[in-house]
Design a protein around this ligand. Structure first.
Ligand code: BG6
Ligand code: MG
Length: 214
C-alpha cells in the first residue's frame, strides 16, 4: 500500500502553470519571440533556463549566455510580481481536504517542484507546514524528466519509491515519477500524460480510496 504522496506544485495544487505561461509570454512578446500555448506544453515541469532554451530554439534565436540570463531574470521578475497576489483562495478545489485526509491516514506528504519559487508560493498558499518534506530544486542534480527530485523526496520521507504516488501535470514530471519507480497520477490531458498510471481532470478528483487502500 502507498505510504507517501509526492506532489508537484505548479498546475497541480494551484493554477501557476498559467502564471508561468503568462510571464514567459510577456517576455517573449517584448522580445518579438514567437511563443504560444502549444510550445508552452513542452515547458511544463522544465526548469527556468531549459524553458528559455526551448523558447529560443522554437524562435530560431541564438543569444549569448549573458543575454539569456537577463531574459530568464526578467521572466522570473514578472512571475514573482504575479505570485505576490496569491492567497489560500488560489488553491485548487479539494487540495486542503486531500492533504487533511491523507494526513489522517498516516501518509507522508512531500513536494517535488522544479520551481525555485516553490517555498515562497507554498507560504502564500498557506500550506507550507502541511508537508513533511519540500525538495529544494536548487540542490537537485538532474531536472525532470530525470527522477532525482522524486527520489530525493522519497529518501527524505524514508519511504521506498514503490510505496510512493507521484502527482504531476507535466509530461516531464510523469516521466520522472515513472523513472523513480513510483506510481504516477497525471492531472490534465491524458494524451499529453500518456505514461501516467491514472489521469484526472483536476486534483479535486483524487480519491484516496481509489489510489490508496483504506
Ligand atoms: C515548474 C514549472 O514547476 O517550475 C515550470 O512547471 C517552471 O514552468 C519551473 O519553469 C521553474 O520555476 P522557477 O520558478 O524556478 O522559474
Ligand atoms: Mg507542474
Amino acid at each position: 500500500p502507498a505510504q507517501a504522496l509526492i506532489f508537484d506544485l505548479d498546475g497541480v495544487l494551484t493554477d501557476t502553470a498559467q502564471t508561468h505561461y503568462r510571464a514567459w509570454k510577456r517576455m517573449a512578446d517584448e522580445e518579438g519571440l514567437p511563443f504560444d500555448r502549444h510550445v508552452n506544453e513542452q515547458l511544463k515541469g522544465v526548469d527556468r533556463m531549459a524553458s528559455l532554451e526551448i523558447i529560443l530554439r522554437h524562435a530560431g534565436r541564438v543569444l549569448s549566455a549573458e543575454a539569456k540570463q537577463a531574459l530568464a531574470e526578467r521572466k522570473n521578475a514578472y512571475y514573482v510580481e504575479a505570485i505576490a497576489a496569491v492567497t489560500p483562495a488560489d488553491l485548487f478545489p479539494g487540495v486542503e481536504r486531500l492533504l487533511e485526509q491523507a494526513r489522517a491516514r498516516g501518509l507522508k506528504l512531500g513536494l517535488a517542484s522544479a520551481s525555485r519559487n516553490a517555498a515562497a508560493l507554498l507560504e502564500r498558499l498557506g500550506i507550507g507546514r502541511r508537508f513533511d518534506y519540500i525538495a529544494d530544486a536548487a540542490r537537485i542534480a538532474r531536472a525532470k524528466p530525470e527522477p532525482d527530485i522524486f527520489l530525493d523526496v522519497a529518501a527524505a520521507l524514508a519511504v521506498p519509491p514503490a510505496q510512493c504516488i507521484g502527482i504531476e501535470d507535466a509530461a516531464a514530471g510523469v516521466i520522472a515519477i515513472k523513472r523513480a519507480g513510483m506510481a504516477a497520477v497525471g492531472i490534465g490531458d491524458p494524451a499529453a500524460l500518456s505514461g501516467a498510471d491514472a489521469c484526472l481532470d483536476a486534483i479535486a478528483g483524487f480519491d484516496l480510496d481509489a489510489f490508496v487502500s483504506p
